[in-house]
Ligand binder design. Structure first.
Ligand code: NAP
Length: 310
């Protein structure tokens, strides 16, 4: 730890994938003198202590918030929106409160309406895996990933400095930071994250319902593409329930666009329109290349799976 860590006492509320990864990363980089983990589940609190990512644990968020200079809310989106009033009310003036939710409008809406001397800076680290729980976290999760910061429209004294401190936190755990408004975030993420998850859930569910293809065939031939959708479809159901409940308008907008594109392909297949098919598929390949060039994906074949796991 450096002599003057960024924070004296950080509280992580919700010790799942993102919460435990933040605790790991802050610990590894010496970003907080003390870390307290808050979780309602006795077993999760005990496990967080066993792994050694927290100095203390608490089931009482309001008590834990007292004396903290950083609070990271890492619960599903609806729970974060529900608890922000209590957390802000219990916090000391000047405490930085960040959330990590995948939808920003709902949380920002609740936070904006609060009278508080704490500084709430909504954030979304665009980094994750399909795992959940305290054992799934790791310190390098945020490295070279983007974190989107969506500040509230506040001109309270100290708020600008709090935004800078939140940005410094994300950079210190290895992320690159982009600042935008919550509405823009929600539409951008609807296309890049929420729609892909919806499609994966739908595809895996549809395969499960297909009576002409047996369950054993679905598993046996899954390397044809299906298994890559199952990774996304294995994500936490509560987290994704909340994403679709709180980002309804943006998801319905991009779903409408997607349905139109699907109809174009359906027509091209029906009428053997080879040019349209090739054109659409080429755009897909180009986007994949751009993602690899930007460093957000490996260019190793088959997502870098080793030979044994192909
Ligand atoms: P996770 O591994 O399932 O962890 C969620 C944590 O929140 C658990 O500790 C859980 O407590 C707690 N929790 C759940 N419901 C709660 C409630 N009603 N009140 C209080 N605590 C509650 O989930 P995660 O993947 O870390 O996701 C956390 C947040 O990060 C979500 O808002 C999600 O949108 C966002 N996010 C996720 C990803 C990703 O890829 N997974 C990426 C970026 C952002 P228990 O232990 O008691 O169940």
């Amino acid at each position: 730890m450096t002599d003057t860590p960024l924070f004296e006492h950080a509280v992580v509320v919700g010790i799942g994938l993102i919460g435990s990864s933040m605790a790991h990363a802050m610990r590894e980089r010496g970003l907080a003198r003390k870390i307290t983990g808050c979780d309602a589940d006795d077993a999760v609190r005990a496990r967080a202590q066993e792994i050694g990512i927290v100095d203390a644990v608490s089931a009482d968020i309001k008590k834990a918030a007292k004396g903290a200079d950083l609070i990271i809310i890492a619960t599903p989106v609806q729970a974060a929106a529900d608890m922000i009033r209590d957390i802000a009310g219990a916090s000391d003036p000047g405490t930085l409160i960040v959330d990590v939710g995948s939808v920003k409008g709902a949380f920002a809406g609740k936070a904006r309406a609060l009278q508080t001397h704490a500084h709430i800076v909504p954030c979304h680290p665009v980094a994750g895996t399909e795992q959940s729980g305290p054992d799934s976290g790791f310190a390098s999760l945020f490295e070279n990933r983007w974190c989107i910061v969506t500040p509230l429209e506040r001109d309270a004294p100290g708020y600008r400095a709090a935004i800078d401190k939140a940005i410094a936190l994300w950079k210190a755990v290895g992320a690159q930071v982009e600042v935008m408004d919550a509405g823009h975030h929600d539409i951008a993420l609807a296309i890049t994250s929420h729609l892909p998850h919806l499609l994966a859930f739908t595809l895996v569910g549809a395969a499960d319902d297909l009576e002409t293809v047996t369950q054993s065939e679905i598993i046996k031939y899954s390397a044809g593409g299906f298994r890559d959708f199952t990774r996304i479809a294995a994500s936490d159901p509560t987290m994704w329930r909340d994403v679709f409940l709180t980002n309804k308008d943006a998801v319905l907008e991009v779903l409408g666009r997607f349905t139109e594109e699907l109809a174009v392909l359906q027509r091209a297949i029906r009428w053997a329109d080879a040019d349209t098919l090739e054109d659409v598929f080429s755009r897909g390949r180009n986007i994949r290349r751009a993602i690899i060039q930007s460093g957000q994906e490996t260019d190793a074949p088959n997502f870098g799976r080793d030979k044994e796991n192909r």
